[in-house]
Design a protein around this ligand. Sequence first.
Ligand code: KIV
Ligand code: NA
Length: 272
Amino acid sequence: AIRRKTVPQIRNSKNKTPVVCLTAYHAHTARLVDPYVDLLLVGDSLGMVMHGMENTLGVSLELMILHGKAVMRGAQQSVVVVDMPFGSYEESPNVAFRNAARVIQETGCTAIKMEGGARMAETIRFLTERGIPVMAHIGLTPQSVQTMGGYRVQGRETDGWAALEEDARAVAEAGAFSVVLEGIAEPLAARITKQIDIPTIGIGASPTCDGQILVLEDMLGLNPTPPKFVKEFASLGAAIEGAAEAYAKEVRNRNFPAEEHTYAMKGNSSGT
Ligand code: KIV
Ligand code: NA
């Protein structure tokens, strides 16, 4: 069996090698990308990407566990991190531990991720001291979409910098093994990356971060309206449309299925 990467390996890669991360929601894609990445995140973005929800607020712990199990069946060597969904961790360290322990026990994943900076520090410490590695997530935190009034890039004016630098420092001191910086202007992402001793994983947060993450479906070209920070490394949307069109045509002209796709009778009789 292939040995799975570990949380200390990710944490210790700071100032050595870039940390390569992608999201994954299901077994086939997890298996395909697993050999090339250090970490797979079962992100709660699956609510929008896989289930067509408006935002991530309606994602349940049960749904995260189902997708976490699927990814664990596909991924052999990556550190697998499962997102804690909205409502499953915010109210207290005890509630967060109970739900995070369920995620770890039922999926077999390596670690969990939760949104929030200084306000989540006590919970991050509580979990890490009790055996649950935590990836933090600061900056543009999509579970706060209603209080933010939309998805807003953070740190484009210097007056917001101090609070975000404090968030980064607080989660690092509390024991997070890495922190996602989402939607953060480059100069602030660079400052934070220099100031803390755990890897920063950027998404829309510039090349100055210690690693990068993208939503797999975005980088495969399946999102019809990708955000500015996405680079499409494939055009699967166009490939799927082309395949569906070709299939429909062949079924309608009766070119598919052909003889090689068809079962005959046993022996040499051809049936009718
Ligand atoms: O849910 C998600 O996919 C995420 C990443 C974009 C960091 O949290
Ligand atoms: Na998420």
